[in-house]
Design a protein around this ligand. Sequence first.
Ligand code: ATP
Ligand code: MG
Length: 262
Amino acid sequence: MLDIQNIGVAYGQRRIIESLTVEGLAAGTVTCLLGPNGSGKSTLLKALAGLNKIAPGSSIRLDGQELSRASFETRARQVVYVPQALPAAVHLRVFESVLVAANASLPGQRAGGVDVPTVQSLLERLGVGHLSLRYIDELSGGQKQLVGLAQALIRKPRLLLLDEPLSALDLNYQFHVMDLLSQETRENGLVTIIVLHDLNIALRHADYALMIRQGDLFAHGSPSAVITPHALAQVYGVRARVEPCSRGVPQVMIDGLEAHVG
Ligand SMILES: Nc1ncnc2c1ncn2[C@@H]1O[C@H](COP(=O)(O)OP(=O)(O)OP(=O)(O)O)[C@@H](O)[C@H]1O
Ligand SMILES: [Mg+2]
């Protein structure tokens, strides 16, 4: 369970997130973090990952434990963050890079039980088993993104933070990855937070949604309760309909622009 209370984040003098509270993000659920460009999604995710300083009085509790007071090792073991822009790829084979990631959670120690077959089976589940002997710096953007997900999942965190993990993926991999993330989240009791721009994917795959506007929480709840024509007008400045498809899954359709908000 993740509880965020009164979290504030600033870059220098510029406050991006004033005071945001979201409580009770349950283990085993996927939460999508939605909002326009520049609204503070990555800023919030980095704060949860411990990479952005949080204001005094902010609290981030994972299973009741205050993360900002946890040791570096505890935090590194429990929280995995995959950034929006993947760092420049190193000249390592795919399976080596995933093994290195497994060990990164436990500096100075061997990762218990993470061996080549475990890595290979995770790569197979992600649909990139055939890439395991290739060098990362010779992969396509989408292939790198899938390897980044393997590096995150092998670490078996309690809190998994993914910033636009689908941005380079084709339709087939987008669906496959969301399915796999839901399954991993449920089976291993993770708290998973995913920044998404595709609202239809959020409606189809997420258990819970947070929508932010200019660093404030505009709405939270089930994706279909959060993604409404009213919210899309207020937060994104678009005129939109949300209507069930022939199978009953709600879909967003954009009819025009209201104004640029953001
Ligand atoms: N390192 C930084 N230093 C100063 N300002 C920053 C920094 N990173 C982001 N910002 C500013 O903070 C605000 C929120 O940025 P953030 O990256 O969190 O947005 P976002 O919601 O992730 O947007 P996008 O959908 O474009 O990724 C923006 O105004 C941005 O210019
Ligand atoms: Mg971002």
